[in-house]
Ligand binder design. Structure first.
Ligand SMILES: Nc1nc2c(c(=O)[nH]1)N[C@H]1C(S)=C(S)[C@@H](COP(=O)(O)OP(=O)(O)OC[C@H]3O[C@@H](n4cnc5c(=O)[nH]c(N)nc54)[C@H](O)[C@@H]3O)O[C@H]1N2
Ligand SMILES: Nc1nc2c(c(=O)[nH]1)N[C@H]1C(S)=C(S)[C@@H](COP(=O)(O)OP(=O)(O)OC[C@H]3O[C@@H](n4cnc5c(=O)[nH]c(N)nc54)[C@H](O)[C@@H]3O)O[C@H]1N2
Ligand code: SF4
Ligand SMILES: [Mo]
Length: 679
């Protein structure tokens, strides 16, 4: 009997959220309903601990506001007025419209728009890709999250490969660099606590003294967008004071002599002026880094959401090589670890179905532009696993685009999100607990299978199920569009190019639930860079129009507004997920604007007062929190809040859609604003 049909018991599951920790879960059921969710005590990384968000996940699964059946719009776009329809009518309406559009405007007038609201490979990048490849729809460049940093890291290290986080308990120095790990990677913090018991020092480099800053032994505040300069300043001192591992540099890197000469210009005075970090602290940090082993850097997403984000991560990623840390257990860095668990994307996504179709690529960070400014306009948008009206930059432009009368919008969702309110047709989505799917972490080394633990909620359907129906409605005949979840998992796991997956298949996963990538080689013996070595000097970067050596490039001026605005994630939501759930809203209370006392004083703003935050793109209203958690000239807010009645808190009204230096990444944290007291 499947887990879903059993009324009572405890069943294995996986957290589907976009979070590096990807926990193994145990789901407790009574009378067919989930009554409790706990961390799997046997999972080697989860170790029985999960975050508060998911401990309260049952409140979301059974939230009375959850969407239960398909609906069609009866009010104006954005108004949120819908009536119930059948699945037959929904699929018929969508496929009729798409057939008409394909003959009048071509298939590229249809744009799928998705992200990782559910990290399951089948849900997020499986049957959807097959379907839209077959259709010949516009392609989406999914660049909103870590694109710039991933490209930057790849120039140095060849791909998404760092160390095994389980080894970091051996580290003696752990640097959390631009990551709010207490909120966003709690199991790395648990490992840090173990390391600290063994004598490790914890350093946090951030623009905001948030919960992770408070956890640090030493918190180093830095000005936004200047981290590459700090990394280069550390290199300057390491070379000058002979704290580098020449043996390692000779054997495992290219370009260390060029780098040594290049970093002469980044002396501590210069770097201090750029970063706001005092000269003495730059020396202290560099000497600590140069003399402590094993040292580990957990590179976060913050520093790469900037104009210079790719180069910044590329620069930080050079550091462990200078001190030879990649050969020490517990030494090195993690930016991402997705490379170890790379699956067979060709077989899963079937890009061959796209073969002779002449389509185009649209950057998801420029959705507003794509909806308003293209010569050959997008006529239909199919949204799943993301909430662009809240999370995408230039929010006002996005919402204006969504208002277009001639745009046919379908949204597949669990909740009436801000985006769903603009839909012509809304389709109800299952939660991940209702599906079969395959999960690979981008931080730890485990791969996990999810089998349904509860039945479908109302008439909801999974992404895979909806694409089966859409394929049928479009009269597509390819067998791969109708394959089962288990077929797809087998195909994703049969990947001769990835030896680390050798022992892992559908049967073994069904039996064991999670398995570790079988990493048998030393990372630096096996780097997928052009030279096979760590590229301190990168010819590829030169060919791509970047400086070949790590370099500090200032962020753009972005108007005359006095403050740099950092709108990052919060503790109790995951992006905008949970922003519609009462329990999580109560835990988080309301969005605040953290500002320095000096700035607040000069504007006459007192803690607890509401302020207007604005620039040429938009405005929002936030509650001021005054203190020393940010440097003067910097303001920080947390969370992607819903557009709740009586509020004005869509922070992406203020962010720009200009692309970062690499990977078409987003520049959420490189934008300027002004702040005004509200009388
Ligand atoms: N609770 C919770 N967990 C989450 C999420 C969530 O929304 N909430 N989101 C998930 C997702 S999709 C992602 S990508 C990750 C992101 O999680 P993280 O990797 O932690 O990234 P951010 O929180 O975006 O930014 C990290 C930190 O960078 C700081 N920062 C901003 N600019 C700079 C800078 O120029 N230099 C330095 N040194 N620091 C800077 C911010 O103040 C913040 O503390 O978290 C995932 N987990
Ligand atoms: N200002 C600012 N903006 C940001 C960021 C920031 O730090 N600051 N962070 C950026 C980052 S790093 C990211 S990754 C993005 C994330 O942004 P999004 O990808 O939009 O993430 P969520 O807001 O969590 O929205 C995911 C949606 O998917 C839905 N969903 C969940 N499971 C399923 C499913 O199985 N099927 C379907 N059809 N739907 C499902 C959920 O209900 C939810 O509404 O936001 C970006 N935007
Ligand atoms: S959100 Fe992250 S920490 Fe919380 S249960 Fe899911 S994977 Fe674990
Ligand atoms: Mo993300």
């Amino acid at each position: 009997m499947s887990y879903a049909t059993q009324k009572d018991g405890i069943f294995p599951s996986v957290c589907s959220l976009d979070c590096p920790d990807q926990c193994g879960l145990l789901v407790h059921k009574k009378d067919g309903k989930i009554i409790k969710i706990q961390g799997d005590p046997n999972h080697p990384v989860t170790k029985g601990n999960i975050c508060n968000k998911v401990r309260h996940m049952t409140e979301r699964i059974y939230d009375s506001n959850r969407l239960q059946y398909p609906m069609k719009r009866v009010g104006a776009k954005g108004e949120g007025k819908f009536v119930r329809i059948s699945w037959e009518e929904a699929i018929q309406t969508i496929t009729d419209k798409w057939k008409t559009l394909i003959s009048s405007d071509g298939p590229e007038s249809i744009l799928p728009y998705s992200f990782y609201g559910n990290m399951g490979l089948l849900s997020a990048e499986g049957m959807d890709r097959r379907f839209f490849h077959r259709l010949g729809a516009s392609l989406l460049d999914r660049s909103i999250c870590s694109a710039a940093g991933s490209v930057g890291y790849k120039y140095t290290m060849g791909g998404s490969f760092g160390i095994d986080p389980e080894d970091t308990i051996h580290s003696k120095l752990m640097i959390f660099w631009g990551i709010n790990a207490v909120s966003t990677n709690m199991h790395q913090v648990a490992l840090a606590q173990k390391a600290r018991k063994n004598g490790a020092k914890i350093v946090v480099i951030d623009v905001h003294r948030n919960q992770t800053g408070q956890f640090a032994d030493w918190f180093i505040p830095i000005l936004p967008g200047t981290d590459a300069a700090l990394a280069l300043g550390i290199m300057h001192i390491l070379f000058k004071e002979n704290l580098v591992d020449l043996n390692f540099l000779e054997n495992y890197t290219v370009g260390h002599e060029e780098l040594r000469n290049h970093v002469i210009q980044y002396d501590p005075d210069t770097v201090s002026n750029i970063t706001g970090v005092p000269v003495a602290d730059i020396y202290k940090l560099a000497r600590m880094y140069g003399t402590t082993s094993p040292s580990f850097i957990r590179i976060g997403n913050g520093p790469q959401h900037h104009d210079n984000g790719g180069m910044c991560i590329r620069s930080i990623a050079c550091l462990p090589a200078l001190t030879g840390q990649w050969l020490v257990r517990g030494g090195g860095a993690i930016k991402g670890n997705g490379g170890y668990l790379a699956h067979n994307a060709e077989r899963l996504q079937r890009s061959d179905l796209l073969a002779k179709k002449n389509t185009r690529m649209i950057n998801m960070n420029q959705l507003g532009k794509a909806l308003l400014e293209l010569d050959h306009p997008v006529k239909s948008l199919y949204v799943y696993g993301t909430n662009p009206a809240v999370v995408a930059p230039e929010g006002n432009k996005v919402r204006k685009g969504l208002e277009r009368d001639d745009l046919f919008v379908v949204v597949h969702e669990l909740f009436m999100t801000e985006t769903a309110k603009y839909a012509d047709i809304i389709l109800p989505a299952t939660s991940a607990f209702e599906n079969t799917d395959l999960y690979t972490s981008y931080w730890h080394h485990y791969i996990q299978i999810q089998e349904p633990v509860i039945k479908h909620y109302g008439e909801s359907k999974s992404n895979v199920e909806v694409f089966h129906l859409l394929a049928k409605g479009m009269n597509f005949e390819e067998a791969c569009l109708y394959e089962t979840e288990e077929d797809m998992i087998e195909q994703a796991l049969s990947h001769e190019q990835n030896p680390y997956l050798a022992e892992i298949n559908l049967t073994s996963l069904k039996e064991k639930k999670y398995q570790k990538a079988n990493v048998t080689t030393k990372l630096v013996d096996n780097l997928p860079t052009p030279s096979g070595k760590i590229e301190l000097y990168s010819k590829q970067m030169e060919r791509d129009g970047h400086p070949a050596l790590p370099t500090y490039v200032p962020i753009e001026q972005d108007g005359d507004f006095p403050f740099l605005f950092i709108p990052g994630p919060n503790h109790n939501f995951v992006n905008s997920t949970f922003s519609h759930n009462e329990k999580h809203i109560t835990l988080e209370k309301e969005p605040r604007l953290f500002m320095n006392e000096k700035d607040a004083d000069s504007l006459g703003i007192k803690a607890g007062e509401y302020v207007k935050v604005f620039n040429s793109r938009g405005a929002c209203t936030l509650k001021a929190s005054v203190g020393e958690t940010v440097l003067p000239g910097v303001v920080v807010t947390q969370g992607l809040w819903a557009d709740l009645p009586g509020t004005n808190q869509l922070v992406n009204s203020l962010t720009s859609d200009r692309p970062a230096d690499m990977g078409n990444g987003a520049v959420f944290f490189s934008c300027r604003v002004d702040v005004q007291k509200i009388d």
